[in-house]
Design a protein around this ligand. Structure first.
Ligand code: UD1
Length: 423
């Protein structure tokens, strides 16, 4: 296993280019299953999660070439519709294949994903939505066994849950509905830009969807989808992470080829702290400062503050003047990083789904352990701002979702290297 060694306290300056969005490309690759031809997807980030999705698709029978950020996916010979435990446990997002496989084969056999470190991860909304389309679903030996014997039929589906909309349940039900007989209305659909990107991709495949980007999607079922080409949107979470790397070190960092319109709630909070945010059509610059103010953050489904930037924002707020309250309304238990951040000298107390962050004057280099993808990024941010040396172990989590992470940080002036973790 590798770890990062970071010499903190260096101001980060310069610009990086945003990679393609992980959370858009995964359901898009899953969606390719529904066309019996070769789909071409551009702006694909080279991430561990993308490699895992490729492995699963190859297991199902797809032929895939991945070169220079482009994937060519020939789905013609896909002849399996099962996803064993080994795949699902490595990457929860493999559940995005459920809807597309049912649409193509009328059935699927999928290992049930368990919980994960960010809390329980139920799939009741996926199941409910697919059942409404006429899929018979049984749970057998830890597997979801789905069968649409009588074909998929359009329906009215209210897809809201206790925590609001669900991104991947929306992806699954929307995909399945494109090949259903008749019209489907999804009420309380997720509005995340990655769902919009998937919907735009499906439309290029020949799907008929209206209300794209809104919480009410109408899908007019069609008989066939064709392979197409698509360029994946930029990764808003990666963009936010690099902007925070600039802000937490008091530097000036730009992210190019990004989509600032996807980060409104995040910018509002940065501006609250006193950081300057300059946006253009496809770039953002953040001008950090020596001292910044505390602010309260509530994570919500899009267009609210993204839960996937909560840990990184927490790292930033550990050094703010004053007390910040972070309320996690998407994954109420997603706070494992708080204890690790306290190892840097931060002062964070948890109270249910709230984290109370008392700003401290300084962070100090520490030995910390990454627990999940975004928590890993938060620990790196803290390490960049801390005085002295930081060791972040278990960084394999990070490579699931950040392309060329340390290279990009080094290009901004960070002192970060990867080495074998022998501890
Ligand atoms: C996706 C993202 C993940 C992000 C999350 C929330 C991908 C690959 N992953 O995950 O990075 O953190 O959205 O923005 O796109 N829920 C239910 N029942 C369900 C499904 C979800 O109650 O059937 C709950 C979840 O426990 C959570 C909330 O709904 O509290 C949102 O989860 P969801 O949007 O489904 O997350 P994912 O789609 O798994």
């Amino acid at each position: 296993m590798d770890r990062f060694v970071i010499e903190g306290g260096k101001e980060l300056n310069g610009s990086v280019v945003a990679s393609g969005a992980k959370n858009a490309v995964l359901p898009i690759l899953a969606g390719c299953v529904m066309a019996e031809g070769t789909s071409i997807i551009h702006n694909v980030p080279d991430l561990q999660d993308v490699r895992t999705m490729i492995k699963i698709l190859e297991y199902l029978g797809a032929k895939i070439k991945f070169k220079g950020g482009t994937i060519e996916l020939d789905a013609k010979n896909i002849n399996r519709y099962d996803a064993p435990y080994e795949f699902v446990k490595t990457m929860r997002a493999s559940i995005a294949l459920l809807g597309p496989l049912i649409a193509r084969f009328g059935k699927a056999r999928f290992s049930l994903p368990g919980g994960c470190v960010i809390g329980p991860r139920p799939i009741d909304l996926h199941i409910k939505g697919l059942q409404k389309l006429g899929v018979d679903i049984k749970i057998e030996d830890g597997y979801i066994v789905a069968d649409a014997k009588n074909g998929l039929k359009g329906n009215y589906i209210f897809l809201g849950g206790s925590f609001g909309s669900s991104v991947l349940a929306t992806a699954n039900v929307m995909c399945a509905a494109t090949l259903a007989k008749g019209t489907t209305v999804i009420e309380f659909a997720a509005c995340e830009p990655e769902i919009t990107d998937l919907a735009n991709f499906l439309v290029k495949m020949g799907a008929k969807i209206s209300g794209i980007g809104s919480p009410c999607l109408t899908i007019f079922g069609t008989k066939k989808l064709k392979a197409t080409q698509h360029k994946v949107i930029p990764d808003r979470i990666e963009t936010g992470t690099f902007l925070l790397a600039g802000a937490i070190t008091g530097g000036c960092v730009s992210v190019e080829k990004c989509q600032p319109l996807h980060l409104g709630a995040f910018f509002e909070k940065l501006i609250d702290t006193g950081v300057e945010v300059i946006t253009g059509k496809n770039f953002v610059t953040v001008k950090g400062r020596k001292n910044w103010k505390s602010t309260d953050v509530v994570t919500l489904p899009y267009p609210g503050f993204p839960t996937d930037l909560q840990a990184q924002m927490m790292a930033f707020l550990t050094l703010a003047d004053g007390v910040s309250v972070i309320t996690e309304k998407v994954f109420p238990e997603r706070f494992i990083h708080a204890a690790e951040l306290n190892r840097f000298g931060a002062s964070i107390n948890l109270d249910g789904s709230k984290a109370i962050v008392k700003g401290v004057k300084k962070l100090f280099g520490a030995r910390v352990m990454a627990s999940d993808l975004r928590a890993s990024a938060a620990l790196v941010l803290a390490g960049l701002a801390a005085e002295g040396t930081t060791y972040v172990s278990r960084i394999y989590h990070l490579f699931r979702g950040y392309e060329n992470f340390e290279e990009k940080l080094r290009s901004l002036g960070a002192e970060i290297k990867r080495e074998k973790d022998i501890t």
